[in-house]
Design a protein around this ligand. Structure first.
Ligand code: SF4
Length: 344
């Protein structure tokens, strides 16, 4: 486990506690997306279950995580089973299903132990391939029991960055790359594939640092994961990042930067995609120019097909603005955890 900075964690908690929580007991939402997975474009359904929320959030949580708002502390195992049954009534069949919980599927306080495997079994009766999310600490003692789902189950972990300072001072992740590696090795030993999420541009990071950090982290993690999904920052409600953004002290990454990262990683032996949320909006990654729509669409198309041609030929006059933004920011005499700069 990574040590945390108590003051930073306290600030995140204080901001997060200002938002209300849900009283609902139904699942949060479901929607469709496509992704280039296991060598082909797959139709994926996403199901977000409502739970009591991530246990780490009860302490403080991550600086960018706004899942708290959808969680309900009263939710129990029966409610979660009912959500799954209700979902299957309307979405009975499909290829890939991603089940998110606003936390960790394998956290026993969030999804109790006795319903974890039955839920996986139930869903795999209706879908060919299942992806669930979890922090690594819940994996170690569990992977043996997941062996029966080898080849049909992928576990996604939010590594965000492999840099311990980024994890501690910019994100408040409370685990490190070693924890990810251990969980990943355990899963692989039991035939379960691993997806790594990387967060592009945590708070207090300059644009060029964000590009470099994501590229380095992807290279570091590529030997321990089967799939990398890059999440450029999307500003969520009730987070420390939102608070900085409102003060004018945070700008999400440029779409130019996302394209640079994806093109730089084309030699990696595992798929790297980026299914961006809020693309082209001021709270999501954007160039702040009329090209936002075409950039967003091209990144989406690339992530659905794995075809780099969608990224290679992008051009726009705002490239110059992006280049000078990075140069000006880099000339500021500040270190990684002091950088704040917003052009909007
Ligand atoms: S990002 Fe994941 S680990 Fe961090 S607080 Fe949110 S749900 Fe928990």
């Amino acid at each position: 486990m990574n040590s945390i900075d108590l003051q930073f964690a306290g600030e995140i908690r204080e901001i997060r506690n200002r938002i209300g929580r849900s009283e609902r007991k139904d699942y949060v939402t479901t929607y469709n997306e496509k992704e280039f997975l296991n060598g082909r474009t797959r139709d994926e359904r996403v199901l977000i279950l409502r739970t009591r929320g991530c246990s780490w959030s009860y302490h403080s949580g991550c600086s960018m995580c706004g899942f708290w708002e959808d969680t309900n502390p009263e939710i129990n195992a029966n409610d979660i089973m009912k959500q799954v049954e209700d979902f299957l009534k309307d979405h009975n069949k499909g290829d890939v299903l991603k089940v998110f919980t606003s936390g960790s599927f394998f956290d026993p306080l969030e999804v109790s132990e006795e319903i974890q495997v039955p839920i996986i079994e139930k869903l795999l009766n209706h879908y060919n391939f299942l992806i669930v999310e979890s922090r690594p600490e819940y994996i170690i003692n569990k992977a043996e029991r997941l062996k029966q789902f080898a080849g049909k189950l992928q576990v996604a972990m939010g590594m965000e960055s492999t840099d311990p300072d980024v994890l501690k001072y910019l994100i408040n992740k409370n685990y490190n790359f070693e924890d990810f590696k251990r969980a990943s090795e355990t899963l692989h030993r039991n035939g379960i594939s691993v997806r790594a999420y990387l967060l592009m541009k945590p708070p207090f990071m300059k644009e060029q640092e964000a590009i470099d950090d994501t590229i380095k982290s992807a290279r570091d993690i590529s030997s321990f994961a089967d799939f990398i999904s890059i999440n450029p920052m999307n500003i969520q409600k009730g987070t420390l990042v939102e608070s900085l953004y409102k003060e004018g002290n945070y700008r999400p990454p440029w779409l130019w930067s996302v394209v640079e990262v994806l093109l730089s990683l084309r030699d990696i032996h595992i798929p790297v995609v980026s299914l961006i949320t809020g693309s082209g909006k001021s709270r999501g990654p954007h160039n702040g120019h009329s090209c936002d729509r075409i950039f967003s669409e091209s990144i989406r198309k690339y992530s659905e097909t794995g075809d780099f041609a969608y990224l290679e030929n992008l051009s726009c006059e705002c490239r110059e603005k992006w280049e000078s933004f990075k140069t000006e920011e880099n000339s500021l005499p500040i270190q990684i955890n002091e950088a704040v700069y917003n052009d909007f």
